[in-house]
Design a protein around this ligand. Structure first.
Ligand code: ATP
Length: 951
């Protein structure tokens, strides 16, 4: 049993130790003088104040495996690798002259070996005396990072005035750690050394002024310096790597410099039982590379793993690294990822863990670590720098941003714009009709400015009902000198567009507006030419010379490049100078649907669909070809579109600017009225105004006129409703009062498998409430088909924000009550009211009648409703004497008591019966769904995808 040391003995030991240290330092100095070029002045000054009694420096200096460099312990701590012992506390410092010169350059001038300081004999682990074997030197990471400096470069001298270590080539390590930066252990990335990471990121506690980027690892620095492995000393220590499970162990005798390398590897573990170090395979390459540069050490590679370590002399990546002074990825694992734009100013590296890469990330001033996504992101202005440096990491492949993005965000990349929102200049609209300009709501004015800033090529994707029409007309009017204008729209709204041009551009003569109704019409007859998608493809030949200004309403109708409408429209749009696409739902279910619209506005963005599909449609290669039905990088796509071509405001964004109710007169297509129905309508109109007719005959003629009107409108009403659904309208009410109209709408919805409820005079009170609740709570598209007279009060449908009047009603009070099924408490949005008005029908008289009545009510303070804008727009009504007589008759009839009841009963009981031939004409379903074009339009309903618009 050994006795405890006396105090005196301890002192003696300590004295001897200090002497040994001093001798070793002198020896080192002498050795360095022999090998070092003049001008190098690096001091390694042993600290005499903090040496613990049991550090590895107890080792006999003559047997030291070290070349004499001693490290300063800055943060003595329990090591995670199992070393619990006190740590040595020698300082390692560079002189100021060193700082100024820069370390790596100087290193090239220096010999890379110091043979005199190598251990004389090969020492196996078993042969190491217990204290040494138990005492792997504990080295701080700061020291480890500069480990390469030791390689024959450092002169120990306690005479040299020491100065704080500075490496002017590197970015400050002393940067306060961004709170977003966390270690990989918390980021879900492969485990790494949190202590090491923390030390890399936090300020030096030693007072050292460490500047520049994260230091390369020892082996990397060696490579960078010499580009070749060192020649091994004759008696270098031999060691072997042995695979143990998924790790490998290094069997070798004590070597201070090798242990320093060990300590720099994140996966290191020290096993006190076997007194050996072991590592994960990810560090194998790094270790072997570093060992190649240690003159006193020779490590036998793992069996079968030789090829894993590329000779630095032959490694092209190493050569690049040497040229650019960048660290080489110290891991065998190959990592691959991509850059993704995450905001107008920042991009993210979406890549798995690589230590070298993380070190590189930490060199970026603008770095941020997002703890949620566990990814690093940077300012775009650092993009080029980062990519340049990443290219030097041979085991990292970080795919760049697509060229389209770098062009779109060139200002941010070049740091010429850091505005969170692009500045859009105010456009000069002095040449546009003042009526239109003064009516624009502020957000609409901003929309026009955006369009003009984009030189008239854009996708205006405002939410439904926000007034895309008025904005589009204003934008087109700004480029009026470049007209004729082509307006391509769903056929159900061709006349609504004509009306809008008349309303907003009084300077445009109505004669200059050409609505193309048949395939025989001329597409270029007017200054403004309005055509349906389907007719456009039939009139393709008339598109030469091409139009210079084109508006496409509901541009998502172009989502399928294979359709005839798309094939006709896209080439036209590519060559047009101004392209104004309008859609409240540019993509209904997947980003692939956006492609043609993007192509139309910016043909150069993604000329090949495949590139777009790979980036944004999650393209997958399947045995039968590529599948582009998925989605990927949607946030980036949205940013790209918003930066370059798309403007989208949601109702909620601009609610404060919107009126509570927005009424819209929708002029439905008269072309849908069959010749037979038209003849019946004309006959009824004549009967009403024939002087010879009795009062009863006139009334019967009025009833017939109404009934034929209902019948005539059915195809247009159905088409309009289906267009609404196709455009993404989810929940809305359809009011009508003829049973035949209610039936036709219900049947069509049923056929298309659209969720619906119906409330009419035959619905019991109990059922009404249930149906109402059912509609209120339903998710996704649903239509409430309601009788104007039976469901205009007492029901709440506040979950919808659109009411469609398929038919007009002579009593405006009833209409307003019906409107208020949606516009009531519980409604948080602005409500849209669409009145479908058919020319050449009873609507020609009912519409002005309703407006007049409302005006009177308004003047009497009984109605806050203002139809005045629509009244002004309704000047298409003929005012010839015959029509005036019909109008007068209408007025008189509805003022008489009892007329309502008679008309209502007639509406309820009207059955086209023998007139079914007429209905057959007008309801000709082949015109709606039978033709290939119509069929493709309605495919959407058959696949009723859940709405997953990325926008
Ligand atoms: N600034 C305005 N002044 C007066 N009325 C307006 C204004 N902006 C829009 N409106 C009216 O609001 C209604 C809805 O406008 P519009 O039809 O253009 O909307 P939208 O965005 O095209 O909707 P959707 O996508 O459903 O077609 C129309 O009746 C239009 O006249």
């Amino acid at each position: 049993m050994s006795l405890p040391l006396t105090e005196e003995q301890r002192k003696k030991i300590e004295e001897n130790r200090q002497k040994a240290l001093a001798r070793r330092a002198e020896k080192l100095l002498a050795g360095q003088h022999q090998n070092t070029v003049s001008g190098s002045s690096i001091a390694a000054k042993p600290s005499r104040s903090k040496q613990g009694p049991s550090t590895h420096l107890h080792q006999d200096p003559s047997k030291s495996g070290s070349h004499g460099v001693v490290f300063k312990q800055q943060n003595p701590r329990s090591s995670s690798d199992g070393d619990q012992r006190p740590q040595n506390s020698h300082s390692f410092q560079l002189s100021t002259s060193e700082q100024a010169k820069g370390t790596w350059q100087r290193q090239e001038e220096m010999p890379t070996a110091c043979p005199s300081h190598r251990p004389p004999n090969q020492v196996t682990l078993a042969g190491i005396s217990p204290p040494l074997a138990n005492s792997p030197p504990v080295v701080s990471s700061e020291q480890l990072w500069v480990y390469g400096l030791e390689q024959g470069q450092i002169q120990a001298s306690h005479k040299t005035k020491s100065t704080p270590f500075v490496n002017t080539t590197h970015e400050p390590l002393a940067r306060a750690k961004n709170f977003q930066e966390t270690t990989a252990s918390s980021s879900g990335q492969p485990p790494r050394d949190p202590e090491l990471e923390a030390r890399m990121a936090r300020p030096s506690t030693s007072g050292q002024n460490v500047s520049g980027s994260v230091m390369p690892r020892p082996e990397e620095r060696l490579q960078q310096k010499s580009g070749t492995p060192l020649h091994k000393a004759a008696g270098s220590q031999q060691g072997t790597c042995i695979k143990i499970g998924d790790r490998f162990q290094v069997k070798i005798g004590y070597s201070e410099e090798l242990i320093a390398v060990f300590k720099s590897l994140p996966s290191r573990r020290y096993d006190p039982a076997t007194k050996t170090w072991n590592f994960s395979m990810t560090d194998y390459g790094a270790l072997m590379k570093a060992a190649q540069h240690l003159q006193a050490v020779t490590l036998q590679p793992l069996e079968g793993a030789e090829g894993h370590v590329e000779s630095p002399s032959t490694s092209s990546s190493s050569r690049v690294a040497a040229q650019t002074c960048l660290p080489v990825a110290p891991s065998l694992a190959f990592v691959k990822g991509q850059c993704i734009l995450i905001s107008r100013a920042r991009f993210e590296a979406d890549i798995s863990y690589s230590e070298g890469l993380i070190a590189l990330f930490k060199q970026m001033d603008s770095r941020k670590y997002d703890v949620k996504t566990r990814k690093w992101n940077f300012l775009l202005e650092e993009y080029s720098k980062l990519m340049e440096r990443v290219r030097c990491l041979p085991q990292v492949q970080l795919d760049p941003l697509p060229k389209t993005l770098t062009l779109a965000f060139a200002a941010q990349l070049q740091k010429t714009s850091l505005c969170p929102v692009a500045d859009i200049p105010e456009a000069d609209l002095s040449k546009v009709d003042s009526k239109l300009v003064s009516s624009l709501l502020p957000f609409q004015r901003a929309g026009v400015n955006f369009a003009i800033a984009k030189r008239g090529r854009l996708l205006l994707a405002d939410d439904m009902g926000l007034g895309k029409t008025i904005q589009a007309i204003c934008i087109a009017a700004y480029y009026r000198k470049e007209w004729p204008l082509l307006v391509v729209v769903p056929s159900s709204v061709r006349f609504t567009w004509e009306q809008a041009f008349r309303q907003w551009l009084p300077s445009l003569s109505p004669d200059h507006i050409n609505v193309v109704v048949t395939g025989k019409d001329r597409l270029t007859a007017g200054l403004v030419n309005i055509v349906s998608f389907d007719l456009l493809s039939k009139l393709e030949k008339q598109l030469k010379p091409p139009f210079r200004v084109v508006i496409i309403d509901e541009s998502h109708f172009l989502k399928n490049i294979k359709t005839a409408r798309c094939r006709a429209a896209v080439p036209l749009l590519k060559v047009a100078k101004r392209v104004i696409l309008l859609s409240g739902t540019p993509a209904m279910s997947r980003p692939a649907e956006l492609y043609t619209q993007i192509l139309a506005v910016r043909p150069t963005f993604f000329p090949q669909f495949h590139a777009f599909g790979l980036r944004y449609c999650g393209a997958k290669r399947l045995p039968w070809g590529w599948d582009y039905s998925g989605s990927s990088n949607l946030g980036e796509l949205k940013l790209l579109l918003e930066e370059t071509v798309m403007l989208r405001r949601l109702k909620g964004d601009v609610l404060c600017q919107l009126p509570a109710k927005q009424r819209k007169m929708v002029v439905v297509a008269p072309g849908r009225i069959s010749a037979r129905t038209r003849a019946a309508l004309d006959a009824a109109a004549k009967e009403m105004t024939t002087k010879e007719s009795t009062k009863q005959q006139q009334k019967e003629a009025l009833i017939l006129f109404f009934n034929r009107t209902a019948e005539a409108k059915i195809p247009s009403v159905i088409e309009y409703i289906l267009d609404l659904l196709e455009s993404g309208r989810e929940k809305f009410l359809v009011f009508a009062h003829h049973k035949v109209v209610l039936d036709a709408v219900t049947n069509e919805l049923e056929r298309k498998r659209v969720k619906r409820i119906r409330i009419d005079g035959s619905t019991s009170s109990a059922d009404r409430e249930d149906l109402c609740q059912q509609f209120q709570l339903s998710e996704g598209p649903a239509v409430a088909v309601l009788s104007i007279t039976a469901a205009n009060m007492g029901l709440t449908f506040s979950s919808a924000d659109l009411v469609v009047f398929a038919e007009l009603f002579w009593n405006p009070g009833v209409l307003m009550q019906a409107e208020d099924r949606v516009h009531r408490i519980g409604q948080s949005s602005s409500v849209g009211i669409h009145y479908l008005v058919a020319r050449g029908t009873a609507d020609d008289y009912l519409w002005p009648l309703i407006q007049e009545k409302i005006k009177v009510l308004g003047e009497a303070g009984l109605s806050e409703t203002n139809f005045s804008e629509m009244t002004e727009a309704a000047d298409y009504f003929y005012k010839d004497p015959k029509q005036q007589r019909i109008y007068d008759f209408f007025q008189k009839s509805f003022e008489e008591d009892g007329s309502d009841m008679e008309l209502l009963e007639a509406a309820e009981s009207f059955d086209p019966g023998s007139g079914s031939q007429d209905t057959g004409d007008t309801l000709d379903e082949s015109t709606l769904t039978g033709s290939p074009l119509k069929k493709s339009r309605f495919e959407f309903f058959d696949n009723w995808d859940s709405f997953t618009s990325p926008l």
